[in-house]
Design a protein around this ligand. Structure first.
Ligand code: MN
Length: 237
């Protein structure tokens, strides 16, 4: 009898500046676990060789939510007072992403994750939606975060459409930034009612998907968000 080998997913850690503590939200870990994966919290490091060694252990990578990407990384000046950054995450995640991308290992981005991936691939962001892209759509909801606040329209022919089998999905929304210029190679696969990109993927990669909403807060009660984690973990088998 062969021993069951669950795919191992390196989950990007959250950083609590005030407490100087590494943090994690259980939904990211549980979303992977319930889909049959084995999540591990990736350590903070700026050492490329260490990341490469750890990447050998990981079958996939989850880029989690969190603070804003440093605007200089997409060649813009910071809009003072509107942007909160975490440079140590920018550094860690840029190294992890480059390594995973080169090795064509499955990658899922969530919230900050879709923004980080877009920037690492050469795209740019709205630094503040209310200031730069005002609309009627609520993107920064108040708790509870497991309740949908706006729909996304899912484009036919995209892997997300294939996965869900629907062209519309109600989602939660807790972001004040969004993709402005989509990076070369990425394709949009879902949009909010006001036209922002809410999901993207890279066709020539094995699995490089990213969403702007928070499936880790929805999968417990909503089927399609469970299918999203399942598709991610299944891509590693
Ligand atoms: Mn939104």
């Amino acid at each position: 009898m062969t021993r069951q080998h669950k795919p191992i997913v390196g989950v990007m850690p959250l950083w609590d500046d005030e407490q100087e503590a590494i943090r994690m939200r259980p939904g990211y870990m549980d979303g992977i676990s319930q889909a049959g994966g084995l999540p591990i919290i990736f350590p903070f490091t700026e050492n490329e060789q260490d990341v490469e060694q750890l990447a050998e252990v990981c079958d996939g990578f989850l880029f989690t939510g969190g603070p804003d990407i440093t605007p200089e990384l997409y060649h813009e000046n910071t809009m003072e007072g509107l942007v909160t950054v975490c440079p140590k995450r920018d550094i860690l995640e840029s190294i992890v992403f480059r390594t995973a991308f080169e090795q064509d290992k499955p990658i899922l981005g969530i919230c900050r994750g879709i923004q980080a991936i877009n920037v690492f691939l050469g795209g740019s962001l709205y630094q503040d939606i209310p200031m730069q892209y005002p609309s009627e759509t609520e993107h920064h909801q108040v708790p509870p975060y497991d309740q949908p606040v706006h729909d996304v329209t899912i484009s036919e022919g995209t892997p997300l459409y294939e996965c869900f089998g629907v062209d519309r999905l109600p989602v939660n929304s807790h972001h004040h930034q969004a993709i402005k210029r989509l990076a070369p190679g990425l394709k949009a696969m879902a949009f909010s009612p006001d036209g922002l990109i809410e999901a993207a993927y890279m066709p020539e990669k094995r699995f490089l998907w990213a969403v702007q909403w928070h499936p880790e807060l929805l999968f417990r009660t909503e089927t399609h968000n469970r299918e999203l984690f399942q598709a991610f973990v299944d891509s590693m088998l």
